[in-house]
Design a protein. Structure first.
Lengths: 248, 267
């Protein structure tokens, strides 16, 4: 089937158990070329764990992962760089793949941090470092991008610009993106598929489907549901004072 | 003034410095100083076994150090003891066992001082071959695993996620550590080998702003230490191994005046 050829990574009923505690259980999802799949869910719901399962970082998992590409770019949620390493932004860009100068400059320009190229990694601010992390992940023109809260600590205008950039990259490189984000507003307008996690897949589907789902409403509250649906259905419904959605 | 043995000592020392430079950087970056020490201590056991079985010292040390490294990895997985406790346990027990075995070997006259602190002036042409061929092999292997090893040193998950197989690189690096100790034990001795790994690299850290420059400074530092140390030991009749390490220390102290990165804001 033609759709099968577009699949980059596929989780079949995947889960991870640590010290007899399930971090996440029974997750099935797939990321296809040119599509953005977003994982949402409260803290501790297993979003990062799911991303790491998809990346193959965990070895002893339940279920299975089928990974069809090795060209992966990853922006982890937490990264601690040891200052015993003398590391400039330029060195960091070439961490997992040797790139030429133009490729590095282009990626750093896209995320707006080209002026930091020769700075020591330890001298960057949180937001600057986040932009460098994103630049590094996209610079190798990956098939699959896994972005774990990629814009944390980035200023407000930068946040919107970076999300637009992520959308653009997904279109231009036709790479698949697995995105984790808490920012329902910004993300939902661009997402193709939403997976809502709470230790298991609570619900999944298009942003609109998820917004209508009762479990989702119970998890995030009525307001979040409105946010989602507002992006999908701008003109075909109104919102009552009680937060109900009424079709026109 | 250059007697034959002195030239041999110089050539041996220079060969070792080329290898300890880059390896030492990784020892510092990966916080493996005490791991190197442990392997070096276990080398005594390797030396005694070499004497008992009339085997090549370098190979015997290499085998024993590799085994100790593997035991360490297993213990780390299976016990709840912290890494430094396990390192101490292995370092001192293997040193003790080595000394006990020496006690049994009354038929062989042992130069314990030479073993502990090195006797570079007794280096033979055979040893030179082991140092240079073994050293070239270590450097080539290190070059081969540089990318995954360095990437996983910066961040393990990034390296794993982007398909670099950091576990394999780490295992190979462990074996390289055992190998450098094996080929350099005759030169600086088992108590001072880690000094040769750490001190020039520590000096290099003070002078460099990128990983590549740190490796180069580290090699230069090691070479200078060997040359200065050996000439001093010839001039003042001091033991060669400690003289080399003392020279390295002096270079480190000099480098403190030129620290590249401001460290005021970091902890």
């Amino acid at each position: 089937m033609s759709t099968d050829q577009n699949i980059l990574v596929k989780l079949n009923d995947a889960g991870l158990q640590l010290n007899n505690k399930w971090l996440v259980k029974g997750v099935s999802l797939q990321v296809e070329k040119g599509k953005i799949v977003t994982l949402i869910g409260p803290n501790g719901s297993g979003k990062s764990t799911t991303a790491k399962i998809a990346l193959g970082i965990y070895k002893k998992i339940d279920g299975s992962v089928e990974k069809y590409t090795n060209k992966v770019g990853y922006v982890p949620q937490k990264i601690s760089i040891d200052w015993t390493l003398p590391l400039r932004v330029n060195d960091f860009m070439m961490l997992t793949e040797s790139l030429n100068k133009d490729t590095i400059d282009e990626a750093l320009s896209l995320t707006g941090v080209i002026h930091l190229k020769d700075k020591n990694l330890g001298d960057l601010s949180g937001g600057e470092f986040q932009r460098v992390l994103l630049a590094r992940a996209i610079s190798k023109k990956p098939d699959l991008l896994v972005l774990d809260e990629p814009v944390q600590g980035v200023d407000f205008t930068g946040e919107i610009a970076l999300y637009e950039l992520i959308k653009k990259i997904s279109d231009e490189l036709s790479c698949g993106i697995l995105l984790i984000s808490h920012d329902l507003h910004t993300v939902m307008s661009a997402t193709d598929h939403v997976v809502c996690l709470n230790g298991h897949v609570c619900c999944s589907g298009s942003p609109m489907d998820v917004a209508k789902n009762n479990e989702y409403k119970a998890l995030f509250g009525e307001q979040a549901s409105q946010i989602l649906s507002r992006y999908e259905h701008k003109h075909d419904h109104i919102h009552t004072d009680e937060g109900e959605i009424k079709k026109n | 003034m250059f007697d034959d043995f002195f030239i041999r000592a110089l050539v041996a020392g220079i060969g070792v410095a080329f290898v300890t430079g880059p390896l030492g950087c990784f020892v510092i970056w990966r916080r493996l100083s005490y791991f190197g020490d442990t392997l070096a201590h276990s080398a005594l056991l390797g030396v005694t076994l070499a004497f008992t079985m009339e085997f090549n010292i370098a190979i015997s040390v290499f085998v024993i150090s590799s085994i100790i490294a593997l035991i360490l990895i297993q213990l780390q997985k299976k016990t709840n003891l912290p890494g430094d406790a396990l390192l101490g346990l292995l370092a001192h027990s293997s040193l003790a066992v080595g000394l006990v075995v020496i006690g049994f070997l009354t038929f062989i006259r042992f130069d314990i001082m030479g073993l502990l602190f090195g006797d570079i002036l007794a280096v033979s042409v055979n040893d030179l071959l082991i140092i240079w061929i073994g050293g070239a092999f270590i450097l080539l292997t290190l070059k081969f695993i540089w990318k995954p090893l360095f990437a996983s040193t910066v961040n393990y998950e990034l390296a794993e996620a982007e398909g670099l197989n950091p576990d394999r690189a780490k295992a190979i690096f462990t074996i390289l550590m055992a190998a450098i100790i094996a080929i350099s034990i005759k030169m600086v001795g088992l108590l001072l080998i880690t000094g040769m790994l750490i001190i020039p690299a520590a000096m290099a850290r003070n002078l460099s702003s990128s990983p590549q420059s740190m490796v180069i400074y580290s090699i230069i530092g090691g070479l200078l230490s060997v040359i200065i140390g050996l000439f001093t030991s010839l001039e003042f009749n001091t033991s060669s191994g400690p003289s080399i390490i003392t020279a390295a220390l002096l270079l480190f102290i000099l480098s403190l005046f030129k620290i590249k990165q401001s460290i005021k804001l970091k902890n």
